[in-house]
Design a protein around this ligand. Structure first.
Ligand code: TXA
Ligand code: MG
Length: 349
């Protein structure tokens, strides 16, 4: 298949192009679109055969439900049976933005889209290109992250091209995804609502809406022991090709341990990369040290994490040694992704 790559300027884009892309989605084509969280692989959520093609292009397990994206708040009511008051309040606070609400689905959503479930995840993204494309399509747009299943989610258009060129009709590029982590997933089919996937909208943020909202306890542990509630969270995910080891503990001990392991692996002829931060990068004397961001602004780490993991693949390293980050606020989402990417290969120091 010939993939058309179209790069749009987020501040000044051509509405005729947007209309063309929108009608291609409506007619069943696969279109990669930028969003503020990560790039999404979009298709008409109401068209089973279009949705089927998403699963094939990504190599995604069929029981893993897709998130449905809307371009106008009111469209929500066409897709779901009911919107509990707590969900409505959270939407008013955080939409458009990086949070997905799981609600009871209407029959219009095919089971192919919902992974066989009676519920559906709905998100209203804040990215302007995403909003305009969805509106122009005049249909809800199912869009998982635009990576091959198992690989880190793409935050730059080049990564979408790497993974999906020849497998989709269009790849639309915008800026880098500003958040860099997939949306928070909040299950509102139960009360109190439960966070199934942590993201940039944190538990503390959501507790301002209702202080009973809680986090699925399986999320920060090894999935083999305790199965998470979101189908997608049980799969090995976000994984780079190299073996990733997370070193967790007092920062000084972490740095010492990483230096010790780096020397050990180099001695046995392994290629090693280190994931550090702006504050610690100078503590490592090694050619492949990548700063993920700044510890004083945890959002920068969220934004760069997946790209840093992909850069390790570019470097073709065998071993990736990563510092851990504080598990507060967005740090919970960051550590959830990092621990999963490492297959829970964590050394405590
Ligand atoms: O930020 C995002 O959410 C991105 C962008 C493109 O919007 N999309 C994304 O989609 O991350 P995906 O398919 O990679 O992840 C969807 C997650 C999976 O863990 C899936 O199991 C869960 O949401 N999910 C979707 N619908 C669900 C449902 N009805 N019940 C429980 N979990 C659901
Ligand atoms: Mg994904």
């Amino acid at each position: 298949m010939d993939t058309k790559v179209i790069i749009l300027d987020e501040k000044n884009f051509d509405m005729d192009k947007i209309k063309e892309i929108g009608s291609e989605i409506r007619e069943g084509k696969l279109v990669v679109i930028p969003t503020e969280t990560v790039y999404g692989l979009g298709a008409n959520a109401l068209d089973e055969s279009a949705v089927e093609k998403i699963f094939i292009a990504k190599g995604r397990p069929q029981d893993n439900p897709l998130i449905v994206h809307i371009g106008d708040f009111e469209d929500l009511y066409k897709l779901v049976e009911e919107v509990p008051a707590v969900a409505r309040k959270a939407m008013e606070m955080f939409w458009p933005g990086p949070i997905t609400f799981i609600l009871k689905k209407k029959d219009i959503i095919p089971f192919k889209t919902s992974g066989g479930l009676d519920s559906v995840g709905v998100r209203f993204p804040s990215n302007k290109i995403a909003q305009e494309i969805i509106r122009a399509s005049m249909v809800p747009v199912a869009a998982p992250s635009a990576n091959l299943s198992g690989k880190p989610s793409p935050t730059e258009v080049e990564r979408c091209i790497e993974d999906l060129n020849g497998k989709v009709e269009y790849i639309i590029g915008g800026n880098e995804s500003e958040i860099g982590l997939e949306s928070t997933v909040l299950d509102c089919t139960v009360y109190p609502p439960c966070i199934l996937r942590p993201g940039a909208i944190t538990l503390e943020d959501l507790r301002k809406v209702d202080d009973k909202i809680y986090m699925d306890s399986a999320l920060l542990q090894n999935n083999e022991v305790n199965k998470p509630k979101a189908p997608g969270m049980k799969y090995r995910h976000y994984a780079p090709k190299g073996e990733l080891i997370v070193i967790k503990g007092k920062l000084e001990n972490t740095i010492n341990k990483i230096n010790e392991l780096k020397d050990k692996y180099i001695r046995i002829q392994k290629n090693v990369a280190i994931l550090a931060t702006d504050e610690t990068i100078s503590k490592y004397n090694h050619k492949n040290v990548i700063s993920v961001g700044s510890r004083s602004d945890i959002n920068t780490i969220g934004k760069n994490l997946f790209e840093a993991l992909r850069k390790c693949d570019d470097l073709k390293v065998d071993i990736i040694l990563s510092e851990a980050f504080d598990e507060i606020g967005v740090g919970i989402a960051i550590m959830n992704r990092l621990n999963k990417a490492a297959g829970y290969n964590i050394i405590e120091v």
